[in-house]
Design a binder for this molecule. Structure first.
Ligand code: GLY
Length: 306
């Protein structure tokens, strides 16, 4: 079976290139997804993924990641981990070594530490702290709990820096995987865990159907279980493109946030779909036989029509 791998945003080019190196050598989809994401976690130019990216409201870098294997339906995820260079690898260890799916906070960090996956020090990515300070001063939090919450919500609605790395892959043996990793929403409330740590929301994979992954305001993907919704729609017979567009339409029922959300999917035949409520959503992909990866725009679904 010809392989295919796709990743969110143009920085996904680096992820799909690394993933393709693995798939070309008959590697498996799960390894391709993990290794592809690791490249972006370390990318100094991507301030919304990895340790040292734009931190939460208190200036702390809390990371979310998850990975799912479409063969076994096993999954692993971590939420709110600090001092971890590769949260996607900790998620993979949750999948492989534990009977659970999601570990969060200090205990997840302890789990990572026992595996040698934590670091005692890190450097901020260039520009991350400056961006954090700029955002903080732009929302002018003031005093009082409710004004604070309202300002955070308004900021999330209008601010567009929500770029998560999410990757879906199909290997030569027909195995499918999906993974995601993020610093989460810049200025998120400490302790907030987003879609990238939630199976069904930020990622889903099933060899019988395909896989999906998301980027954007995580709460929208969480409330609609967006990745699972896309896979369910593919299962009913829709091709991945129609399934992605229909699933984005379904998010418009959610009346709290109207911020941007995007979903990227493949089916078990290797067809790709991508759709978003943002006009600027792009994804990178490479399929067996292509000499280099390409970047394409996802289909824009206009929420004002619903
Ligand atoms: N999609 C990333 C987040 O909301 O945390």
């Amino acid at each position: 079976m010809p392989y295919v791998v796709a990743a969110t945003w143009s920085f996904g080019l680096k992820a799909v290139s690394r993933a393709a190196e693995i798939l070309t050598l008959n590697g498996n989809a799960l390894d391709a997804v993990e290794e592809g994401i690791k490249v972006v976690e370390l990318d100094p130019e991507v301030l919304t993924v990895g340790l040292g990216g734009i931190p939460n409201l208190k200036g702390v870098c809390e990371l979310d990641a998850s990975i799912m294997d479409g063969y076994s339906l096993k999954a692993g995820a971590v939420g709110g981990v600090r001092n971890v260079l590769h949260p996607i690898s900790v998620a993979r260890k949750v999948l492989e070594l534990t009977p659970h799916i999601l570990l969060v906070g200090d205990e997840a960090i302890d789990f990572a530490s026992k595996l040698g996956l934590t670091v005692s020090e890190f450097t901020w990515k260039k520009g991350a702290l400056e961006k954090w300070r700029e955002l903080l001063s732009s929302i002018n939090l003031g005093v009082g709990l409710q004004p604070y919450m309202d300002k955070i919500k308004a900021y999330i609605e209008h601010y567009r820096l929500h770029e998560t790395i999410s990757v879906v892959a199909l290997d030569r043996y027909g195995n499918i995987a999906s993974g995601s990793s993020t610093t989460g929403l810049p200025l998120k409330i400490p302790g907030r865990v987003g879609d990238s740590a939630i199976i069904g929301a930020g990622v889903y994979a099933d060899n019988d159907v395909g896989a999906a992954c998301t980027t954007g305001v995580g709460e929208i993907a969480q409330i609609t279980l967006l990745s699972k919704n896309v896979c369910d729609l593919i299962r009913t017979g829709l091709d991945p493109q129609d399934a992605c567009e229909k699933a984005i339409e379904n998010t418009f029922r959610y009346k709290y946030y109207h911020g941007g959300i995007a979903v990227l999917a493949i089916d078990r035949e290797g067809r790709i779909g991508a759709a978003s409520s943002r006009k600027d959503f792009v994804y990178a992909y490479i399929a067996e036989g292509m000499d280099k990866p390409k970047v394409e725009a996802g289909v824009y679904v206009d929420s004002s029509e619903y």
